[in-house]
Design a protein around this ligand. Structure first.
Ligand code: FAD
Length: 413
């Protein structure tokens, strides 16, 4: 059908240009090219920090559904195996075949990717359409009106819309004001991350694997990114909030700082840590798991991604849930040219999403306790992994993906 950009059926404002914001704008643009989308990002340019991200088949399927399979294949790596090893002595506790096994089981592969590559992929796809994208635009507050929402920029500019999606990340002040539930809290865990070219990694490091190292009060993960040419390394340790750091993530760190809090680890892991040229530090913050759909939507305002459900990264699903939030919204939109009842749509969307997000948040938290176990719990974990390895490491409820509202008859909507 011919679309007249002068007469959009509705105006949608997206706040935040991370994975959640770009994903949501793309999902709506693909489903409803007649909705005028404006996306505001506070940073002077669209960018992501230099680190990796794992994408379970549930997230990869969303990207495939948006037509991004080829673009993803060019920049991602597709590991063949997950290996879980004990950080103290290097013993392999369990393995899960990825590669073809995951593709066959879940109709999409398990991918690992540099965050900037995923971000660029989403941004380019979005830029192919008519969405208006602005950087250097920080939204200060929202004015809720009976028939619309107006976002007020920090420079006083007004951005009127029929609905607003808050995708402004874990430190969202707009969410805190909307829901009145305060700031995120420090988890007691600090992540250290680094990247290195695979050619500079010790020869003991497998090139096509995700390797997780479990130790007392710590764990580490490494996997290939940038089409398998670089390695992403993350170590998570328990400890106090580093002194003098402003809240947020991504602070400078040194290998000395990491080694001081880490203690002795197996020589292969130690050799890898020694090879990483630069470290960054992320104190990990979070919120309690979502308690109901009201934390996803209020009237004409929807909240998604880390703004709605920040989680510990121990199931590697934070960005995946942001992409699923976006995909589900796209699937719930009425067909092109039909009017959109935004409060009703956002209510339905919230009911589809909140329980799955809450489950992923709780399971991520529980994984942290299991990964970092000591004493009897650690003994039980190691035995369970030895006996049940793949059955414990596979996550069918998660990797099979979110339910499709369009496939449901008389569903939750
Ligand atoms: P963000 O990426 O924080 O984006 C929010 C955006 O909003 C930013 O660009 C910000 O500048 C902008 N913004 C904020 N306020 C305003 C405002 N007022 N006005 C305008 N713009 C604003 N997830 C996975 O799926 N797999 C993994 O393997 C994985 N590993 C992780 C490892 C670690 C150590 C950590 C910490 C997280 C990991 N995650 C992983 C989680 C994932 O990184 C996050 O869930 C995801 O990046 C959240 O995206 P977002 O768009 O919601 O938020």
């Amino acid at each position: 059908m011919a679309l007249n950009p002068q007469q959009p059926v509705a105006r949608l404002l997206v706040v935040g240009g991370g994975m959640a914001g770009l994903g949501a704008a793309l999902a709506v643009q693909r489903a409803r090219p007649d909705v005028a989308i404006t996306l505001l990002e506070q940073a002077p340019e669209f960018s992501e920090i230099g680190a990796g991200i794992q994408l379970g088949p549930n997230a990869v399927r969303v990207l495939h559904d948006w037509g991004l399979a080829e673009a993803l294949a060019r920049v991602a790596a597709f590991p063949q195996r997950l290996s879980v090893r004990r950080a103290t002595d290097g013993v392999t506790l369990g393995t899960l075949p990825l590669g073809a096994a995951v593709q066959q089981r879940y109709a999409a592969p398990y991918a690992t990717i540099h965050r900037a590559d995923l971000h660029t992929l989403l941004l380019r796809a979005l830029q192919e359409g008519p969405a208006a994208l602005y950087t250097g635009q920080r939204v200060q507050r929202l004015e809720l009106q009976p028939d619309g929402v107006c976002a007020v920029g920090s420079d006083g500019q007004l951005w009127p819309a029929d609905a607003v999606l808050l995708a402004d990340g874990i430190w969202s002040t707009l969410r805190s004001r909307l829901l009145g539930d305060g700031a995120p809290v420090f988890s007691g865990h600090v992540a250290y991350r680094g990247l290195l070219p695979l050619k500079d990694a010790p020869t003991s490091v497998p090139h096509e694997e995700v390797v997780a190292w479990l130790g007392p009060r710590l764990h580490g993960v490494h996997y290939p990114v940038r089409a398998g040419t670089w390695l992403n390394v993350v170590l998570v340790v328990e400890g106090p909030l580093p002194q003098g750091e402003p809240p947020g993530w991504d602070h400078e760190a040194t290998r000395g700082q990491l080694l001081q809090v880490l203690g002795p680890v197996h020589r292969e892991l130690q050799a890898l840590l020694d090879a990483v040229p630069q470290w960054r530090q992320w104190p990990l913050f979070g919120r309690a798991p979502m308690r109901g759909p009201h934390e996803h939507a209020r009237g004409r305002v929807g909240v998604l991604g880390d703004a709605a459900h920040p989680m510990r990264p121990y199931l590697a699903q934070g960005a995946a849930m942001a992409l699923e939030d976006a995909w589900t919204l796209g699937r719930l939109l009425p067909p092109v040219a039909q009017p959109v009842d935004w409060p009703l749509l956002l209510q339905r969307w919230a009911r589809w999403r909140w329980a799955r997000n809450a489950r992923v948040q709780s399971r991520s938290r529980r994984n942290g306790s299991i990964f970092h176990a000591q004493g009897l719990l650690r003994w039980g974990r190691d035995l369970a992994l030895a006996l049940l390895g793949p059955r414990l490491l596979d996550q069918p409820w998660l990797y099979a993906g979110p339910p499709d509202p369009r496939a449901a008859v008389g569903g939750q909507g």
